[in-house]
Design a binder for this molecule. Structure first.
Ligand SMILES: Nc1nc2c(c(=O)[nH]1)N[C@H]1C(S)=C(S)[C@@H](COP(=O)(O)O)O[C@H]1N2
Ligand SMILES: [Mo]
Length: 421
């Protein structure tokens, strides 16, 4: 009986079961290598692809290899990645300017020429052979434009340690591994249909043209993570413009995938080919990475992560000094992968009392809302500012986030330290 893979969670459970039974094909990585990584990780109390194998853990060897400059007033460098400083967003509009949009590179930004670029769509769930798209052919298709965030699954990871005292592996992001841009491109569904996608399609696997990722001596191949066909045929964009300009190299130019609401790894940059498969596909990025592992999770880990969670951030330096008896307008942003954020509350006394912030944007799916609240501090000393968002599903940011060893999906209210002087 064919599986009904139209529902995301049912699809993921089915895929996990097949993976466990060894029935699914591993796309490009020797399954024995992955199992070896699993085994090594289990022994070490973490997975083989944790901090030990990543560039940031290697320290000096990791330099961000980007094309755009990364000035210290706009970015914090973390290994091969650059985190946006939220304070640098104060006074900017709804869209994150490219000069301060975070960069998450597994290796380095490749320099690709749009005229030589091709997208090859291939696989056993197409009615015919591979179909190639040039940049011009893609641009000639009907265009869609949407304002959407891209946010790393590990955004906020460092707060598992600093607020919750827990050990997690991976880049120690604070809250700046997110940006919101206006993306323009072709619909992935149009491209798949032109390529002859059949009803038997189960997984769609876009792959980047950046270098292969080597970790702990294992070559994981190029960055790639399968999308369920149902999502790929729904609202995914093949973007060639960001904020009205040709897509910059660091953000995947000439063409990247943009997957609304889902964790950043789904949005493959520098896409070069897309496999359309009639059976579930497995890569490191949907097996031992980007799933939840930990004491509160099933032994084989959670389902592969899809939607982003709920977060809020102040547009203020951590540890900022604020003059006593003077009114300061606190500003920030809140977002959710589940539904528009329609309420934000702020506490200026460490969480004892809460006030509603004023929202400055109409809450919309896939984006964020800017907000503000005036504050006149009355007593000098150290305090913590807190912001908590509620989205249209009724979910409010909790006090504690559910621990997982990779530190994904941190959603708890963050305590932002300030000193009143
Ligand atoms: N080809 C490729 N795509 C990629 C990555 C990468 O390293 N290579 N990083 C992913 C991750 S983990 C994230 S969070 C986003 C970051 O997008 P940005 O660098 O444009 O902010 O891109 C995703 N797409
Ligand atoms: Mo990410």
């Amino acid at each position: 009986m064919p599986l009904d893979l139209s529902d995301e969670s049912r699809y993921d459970r089915a895929r996990l079961r097949q993976w466990a039974r060894g029935r699914a094909r591993s796309a490009g990585v020797d399954r024995r290598d992955l199992l070896r990584l699993f085994a090594a990780g289990a022994a070490a109390g973490t997975l083989g692809l944790g901090a030990a194998g990543t560039a940031e853990a290697a320290g000096a060897a990791a330099l961000p290899a980007t094309v755009k400059p990364l000035p210290p007033e706009l970015f914090t460098i973390r290994g091969t990645n650059a985190e946006t400083k939220f304070a640098a967003l104060r006074g900017t509009g709804l869209l994150t300017p490219v000069d301060r949009f975070f960069v998450r590179n597994h290796t380095a930004t490749p320099r690709l020429d749009k005229d030589g670029w091709r997208l090859k769509v291939w696989g056993d769930a197409l009615s015919g052979g591979p179909v190639e798209f040039s940049y011009d052919r893609l641009r000639a298709l009907p265009a869609v434009e949407r304002t959407l965030f891209i946010e790393c699954a590990g955004n906020g990871r460092s707060f598992y340690t600093t607020q919750q005292g827990q050990t997690v592996a991976g880049t120690a992001w604070t809250l700046g591994a997110i940006g919101v841009a206006r993306w323009r491109g072709a619909r992935l569904s149009d491209v798949l249909r032109l390529a002859g996608v059949t009803r038997g399609a189960v997984d769609v696997l876009p792959r980047g043209l950046d270098d292969e990722v080597v970790t702990d001596g294992v070559n994981l191949g190029r960055v790639r993570r399968p999308l369920p066909a149902s999502k790929a045929l729904d609202d995914v964009i093949l973007a060639y413009e960001m904020n009205g300009e040709p897509l910059p190299a660091d953000h995947g130019g000439p063409v990247r995938v943009v997957v609304p609401d889902w964790i950043g790894i789904s949005s493959i940059k520098w896409v070069g080919d897309i496999e359309v498969s009639g059976q579930p596909l497995y890569t490191p990025w949907n097996t031992d990475l980007y799933r939840l592992f930990g004491p509160d999770q099933p032994p084989q880990g959670s389902e592969p992560l899809t939607r982003q969670t709920l977060k809020s951030a102040f547009e203020l330096e951590p540890g900022a000094t604020v003059p006593v008896h003077r009114t300061k307008v606190l500003t920030g942003r809140s977002w959710s992968g589940a539904a528009p954020v329609h309420q934000v509350e702020v506490s200026t006394d460490g969480g004892a009392r809460w006030r509603r912030a004023q929202l400055h944007d109409v809450p919309r799916r896939g984006g964020w809302v800017r907000w503000s609240v005036p504050w006149t501090p009355r007593t000098p000393g150290e305090t913590a500012l807190l912001a908590r968002a509620t989205d249209a599903t009724g979910r409010t940011q909790p006090e504690t986030a559910a621990h997982n060893i990779h530190g994904y999906l941190f959603d708890a209210v963050v305590r932002h330290p300030v000193t009143v002087v």
